[in-house]
Ligand binder design. Sequence first.
Ligand SMILES: Cc1cc2nc3c(=O)[nH]c(=O)nc-3n(C[C@H](O)[C@H](O)[C@H](O)COP(=O)(O)OP(=O)(O)OC[C@H]3O[C@@H](n4cnc5c(N)ncnc54)[C@H](O)[C@@H]3O)c2cc1C
Length: 388
Amino acid sequence: MNNTTDYYQIDDLLTDEHKMIRQTVRDFVDKEIMPLIDDHAHKHTPIPNLMKQLGSIGALGPYIPEEYGGAGMDQIAYGIIMQELERGDSAVRSAASVQSSLVMYPIFTYGSEEQKRKYLPKLASGDMIGCFGLTEPNHGSNPNGMETKFIDADDHVILNGAKFWITNSPLADIAVVWAKDEAGDIRGLVVERGMEGFTTPETHNKWSLRASATGELVFDNVKVPKENVFPNIKGLKGPLSCLNSARYGISWGVLGAAINCYEVALKFSLQREQFGRPIGGFQLQQKKLAEAITEITKAQLLAWRLGVLKNENRATPAQISLAKRNNVHTAITVARELRQVLGGMGIMGEFPFMRHAANLESVITYEGTHDVHLLITGNDITGINAFT
Ligand SMILES: Cc1cc2nc3c(=O)[nH]c(=O)nc-3n(C[C@H](O)[C@H](O)[C@H](O)COP(=O)(O)OP(=O)(O)OC[C@H]3O[C@@H](n4cnc5c(N)ncnc54)[C@H](O)[C@@H]3O)c2cc1C
């Protein structure tokens, strides 16, 4: 009998450091997230003090060098952290993804030395919360059409526009915002809470990622000092490179949600009896479980190999896109199918299926929708752009 979720002994490919960080994050999730998450998802409230807790276990910017407050770990360690956090809930992984890949990564990669020293250590410890503003009310899959823009005014710029669907905007101390300059080039800048004309209204009534705060970023003639503009990047490449990093993390993260569902369903199937025997002994239930572990194993190998390529700086955006699409689809399918193994109990909050499945509806849409990722692969293999 092999009831592990490491069916192909991928553990053999991990270092002691990888296994150690996995255990640390797993223990944190079991102790601090699992007991609270159902309640917070029901109440539609984020877990209090989450970012500081994530900082204290080294889950924020793990691949950022230690001199800026990060942990200097590799990309596989980052992926493993995402997996363990999403085993708890996609909202928890989303918080860490945004802080690490969408806020710390661009500041580290495109920021001035002063910007790095000012923001990165506080973001790594969780004393500061960041968010990432790319999507707008009228521009989601096509961010190039963005309308948010700034004009030059002496030692500052004046920013106008609005961003929509922004994870953690209601909680954020800073926002990494992508906006067009007077020449029409996309630039990145750091907007700080408290700047006049900057507000972050919350978006209520989500049926997905309910333990994550989502909101808008509204800029009404906000004066942003020029020293807050990233000096080293122009064009869509800036935000897209952040999304590459986050999408890579998602390809690992969603495995956590799938593994959580698989472990719970397998255990339940061996305990629950109908017609005088465990339901896990019926062929149709075994089919669901067998298909789930097969797809999880394939997705694990994809994530691991992508991590190796990423460590070697060889992962292409199209390879990352394929893994994000495939692994999210795997996870949402596992959550939906294995819920049925529990029968009626599968819809209850004591079990994670409905919460994971509902969360994954956001994950399949954000960071590039499933369909847009199909088009990216289509473009890569044919050389023909089917977007427009
Ligand atoms: C919970 C949540 C959190 C989020 N957090 C953030 C965040 O922190 N920061 C941020 O900037 N954004 C964030 N987003 C926004 C997210 O990235 C967008 O929702 C996503 O990019 C899709 O954009 P849209 O919702 O405007 O859909 P649209 O772009 O309007 O797409 C609608 C549908 O049309 C399809 N479509 C679009 N173009 C094409 C095409 N060329 N060919 C075929 N089909 C097409 C799409 O696949 C989709 O099915 C978040 C979203 C959610 C739901």
